[in-house]
Design a protein around this ligand. Structure first.
Ligand code: B3K
Ligand code: ZN
Length: 879
């Protein structure tokens, strides 16, 4: 903890490493609170640095140094300098061997970085800078080495794992045993992993396209051994998909996954030994929902895909994080789209982008996809790096086309296999494969902020032309007062009066062409004129959400309703409905604020009811079409928003829709509720469940006793967790007489399942009931609540702050509650504490009363002793 302003690291200061590593040998003597780590590092001066001998500086934090030897000689304490964060040896030869022995305390490692214990098992997390908590080392991603690792531990830790191939294992005296692993691929230390635990192993095999046999292993605690089938299946699908789509095969003989309960994020792509938050491995119909299943599939895919995009080709420095994360998120999105409903996946991805990334890009933590500076790198594992980074990759694919994009990825991997590179290197490969100049496009990497795109259309009936005037601008973000225009692919289509797509022809083109057209915007304002447009079309702009921008386009609600019913682009059907709903809700918000009555207009209610009866569209998509925009999305469209008004308006709209369609909703529910089939993840079945549960949820808003009984019945007789949890969520949010009994029942039944207990906490914290704040306060005292487990923290506190009106209470009590928890958490786990602080940073967008309260709280917080992680967030949010 430090109150001194932490050092800022700048991209412009990047220098190649002074010394390079060839080979690393690590020897672990595992003991819970006194693990001894011996390393042998074979180092040599980096020829790039001009042959000048420099002091050797190694990174190291929270290590007890026992001994240093240089070329076999023990160094006296005056031959090296030790600080809290480094070990420096002023004089070293050009090539030398360093042997270092340190002692660390995994048991008391509460930050969950480096080597720590979780449920009594050892595991590691080294990205971004956790390896320096294991031993002194050049802890930077551009230092690559071959690792050989020996692990020695008590036999109670029956499984001893590290990266690569198992070379030998055996027994030792005093109830101990050992294993030796070697990873043939050079890697940066952030990809190092070690696991030692009492785990069971589930095995399968995969034969690669070239006929090699790969052993697949999933390691879990015994109690979880029945919950791994879906993860294994997802892994095999990922391997096959990467071969079929990108021609990429797995490269080692063994691929291991270990599931642990205490993990700061979702999972980690360590070479050959992925370590996962158990949330993204365990799945069974009794305990996991459809969304959990999809989450497992996508994270297993994501980590597996990193083997090429991240591990074989890695990042030169942490500013390039999106090089691996944006690209790998894009790849996992494509994978999920191919495995399930592509339209629904796209809608989900855009929803996430708007819910989290757009607010980030408009707030004090806004940063480019490739940031220019940071204080704490862990704060930069953001939705901008990940999700906007994926959108940037997607735009390149849109610009050059799918085939050339695949060729570009392959070229990038061939060129840079085994090295640590930059985002520029990736873009260069795309330019070469796509035969395109991406100079302007690269501004997406260096400029933060969400561009605003405005489209104005004018139709000339006499000339049969339609002109689109498209302009763009981007508001200032911290440190970037002025922006240059972005290169934006705008996919558009025209609908005729019957709702059919019209072929498009730009002025100067010979013939009518495809019905979706990519317009490339590279300047502040541009005009595009279409000819042979024989009737005034209805514009379908930004199809598939072809760029991460905010679109402004003057369209009537009638046209939106028409597009919601007819657009051939599924994404834009959904988008039209969302825009229509947004207009309605914003108008209601204004009415409410002015003390007037507020209600949806009949045109919206009618369009919504018509969509409800659509038999053509698949049910997952239908659920998306019918779901109103989130409270956060509304907040994002208001200056100085009042979360309470947003809540009342949106809830009222739901009640109005449910009232006007009650019999229909009941009918849909009864038709779609699946009772007699075996649980499967087939898209049709998933769609039916989501639609039936959506209808149930809408009906429950009416608080009728009959529907409550139906809901209770669903809760009690459900044959899978998707249906049970949907009923449980609706009951938790209701005033049903049985409500508390059901909450208790769920707890009794599932308290042995941490992941279900997480849901039990979350759903109570997400409730729209007026007593939610005091419920959350009580839950913080519940014996099952603990700050030690990140999942539990996210389940209760993370859900609570997403509950906008409960969290942003007018008296500021929500802020106080969160801050007390964050301050305690900061002592244990700064990384998670800083994440939990994200909602506090958005104070500027609130109405003045709450804004001042929240600001005052932040100012007080700034005076306290904070971790570097939390300090950066709080400080930036006030500057
Ligand atoms: N690369 C890891 C994230 C590491 C986060 C460190 N604070 C998981 C992933 O994105 O695949
Ligand atoms: Zn990743």
């Amino acid at each position: 903890m430090s109150k001194n302003t932490p050092e800022t690291i700048y991209l412009k200061d990047y220098k190649t490493p002074a010394y390079l590593l060839d080979q690393v040998e690590l020897d672990f003597h595992l003991y819970d609170s006194a693990t001894r780590v011996s390393s042998v590092l074979h180092l040599s001066l980096n020829p790039d640095r001009g042959g000048v001998l420099e002091p050797l500086v190694l990174d190291g934090e929270q290590l007890q140094l026992l001994e240093v030897k240089l070329d076999g000689n023990v160094l006296a304490t005056d031959q090296y300098c030790q600080s809290d964060v480094s070990l420096a040896i002023p004089k070293v030869p050009e090539t030398f061997t360093l042997e270092i022995t340190t002692e660390i305390d995994p048991l008391n490692n509460t930050a969950l970085e480096g080597l720590y214990l979780t449920s009594g098992n050892f595991c590691t997390q080294c990205e971004a800078q956790g390896f320096r908590r294991i031993t002194y080392y050049p802890d930077r991603p551009d230092v690559l080495a071959k690792f050989r690792v020996r692990i020695e531990a008590d036999k109670q830790y029956s499984v001893l794992l590290s990266n690569g191939n198992l070379l030998e294992q055996g027994d030792l005296a005093a109830g101990r045993h050992y294993a030796v692993w070697e990873d043939p691929f050079r890697k940066p230390c952030y990809l190092f992993a070690l696991v030692a635990g009492d785990l069971v192993c589930l095995e399968d095999h995969y034969t690669t396209a070239s006929g090699r046999d790969v052993l697949l292993q999933i390691y879990v605690e015994e109690r979880n051994s029945n919950y791994c089938d879906h993860a294994m299946l997802s892994l095999k699908k990922s391997m096959q998909w990467d071969e079929e789509t990108f021609g990429l095969e797995y490269d080692l003989d063994r691929f291991m996954i270990v599931a642990v309960d205490d993990f700061n994020m979702g999972a980690m792509e360590n070479k050959g030994l992925n370590i996962f938050n158990s949330k993204y491995v365990l799945a069974h119909p009794d305990t996991a929902t459809d969304n959990d299943y999809l989450g497992v599939e996508s994270v297993i895919g994501h980590e597996y895909f990193h083997n090429w995009t991240g591990n074989r080709v890695t990042c030169r420095d942490w500013f390039q994080l999106s090089l691996k994360e944006g690209l790998t998120v894009f790849r996992d999105q494509q994978f999920s789209a191919d495995m399930n409903s592509a339209a629904v996946k796209r809608i989900d991805d855009v929803r996430i982008l708007r819910q989290f990334q757009f607010p980030e890009d408009a707030g004090p933590m806004a940063h480019p996809v490739r940031p220019a500076a940071y204080q704490e790198i862990n704060n930069f594992y953001t939705t901008t790096i990940y999700n906007k980074g994926a959108e940037v990759i997607r735009m390149m694919q849109t610009l050059i086309g799918e085939e050339k994009f695949i060729a570009g990825v392959q070229l990038y991997l061939q060129r840079h296999d085994g090295s640590a590179v930059t985002c520029d290197d990736f873009v260069k490969a795309m330019e070469d494969a796509g035969d395109i100049d991406l100079t302007t496009f690269k501004r997406w990497y260096s400029q933060a902020g969400t561009p605003q795109v405005r489209i104005e259309q004018s139709y000339d009936a006499a000339q049969q032309t339609l002109t689109l005037k498209i302009s763009q601008e981007c508001a200032a973000t911290p440190g970037q007062p002025q922006k240059e225009p972005f290169h934006i692919p705008v996919a558009i289509g025209f609908l005729d009066a019957t709702g059919r797509d019209m072929p498009l022809r730009l002025r100067g083109e010979a013939k009518l062409a495809a019905t979706t057209r990519i317009l490339e915007l590279t300047q502040s304002v541009q005009e595009f004129t279409f000819v042979a447009v024989d009737q005034q079309p209805i514009l379908s702009p930004l199809r598939g959400f072809s760029a991460p921008v905010r679109l402004h386009c003057d369209v009537s609600d009638t046209d939106l309703a028409f597009r919601m019913a007819h657009d051939s682009d599924s994404f834009n059907r959904w988008e039209a409905g969302q825009t229509l709903a947004l207009h309605e809700l914003l108008r209601m918000y204004d009415d409410h604020r002015q003390g007037q009555s507020f209600a949806l207009q009949p045109i919206f209610v009618d369009a919504w009811k018509e969509a409800l009866t659509d038999r053509q569209v698949d049910k997952s998509l239908l659920t998306q079409l019918l779901t109103l925009p989130s409270e956060q999305y509304l907040a994002d469209h208001l200056q100085g928003y009042d979360p309470q008004i947003i809540r009342e308006v949106r809830d009222q709209a739901i009640i109005q829709l449910a009232q006007s369609a009650e019999p229909l909703l009941l009918q849909c529910y009864q038709q779609c509720f699946v009772t007699d089939t075996d649980y499967s993840l087939a898209p049709a079945q998933v769609g039916q469940r989501s639609f039936a549960n959506f209808c149930l949820d809408m009906l429950m808003a009416l608080n009728g006793q009959e529907i409550q009984q139906l809901c209770l019945q669903q809760y009690r007789s459900a044959t899978n967790m998707t249906d049970r949890l949907a009923a449980f969520a609706a009951l938790v949010d209701s005033s049903a007489a049985e409500r508390q009994a059901i909450i208790d029942d769920f707890y009794q039944q599932w308290q042995q399942h941490p992941l279900l207990l997480d849901k039990w906490f979350s759903l109570q914290a997400l409730s729209h009931r007026p007593d939610t704040f005091s419920v959350v306060r009580d839950l913080l005292q519940h014996p099952a609540f603990t700050l030690k487990n990140p999942n539990r923290v996210r389940a209760l506190l993370g859900a609570f702050y997403q509950n906008l009106s409960a969290f942003h209470r007018a008296d500021g009590a929500g802020y106080q509650l969160l801050i007390e928890q964050i301050m305690q958490l900061d002592q244990r786990n700064p990384q998670v504490a800083a994440r939990m602080a994200a909602p506090l940073t958005r104070w500027k967008s609130l109405e003045s009363g709450r804004r001042e309260l929240l600001k005052a709280v932040l100012v007080r917080l700034q005076q306290l002793e904070l971790s570097r992680d939390l300090y950066e967030i709080i400080n930036k949010s006030l500057s």
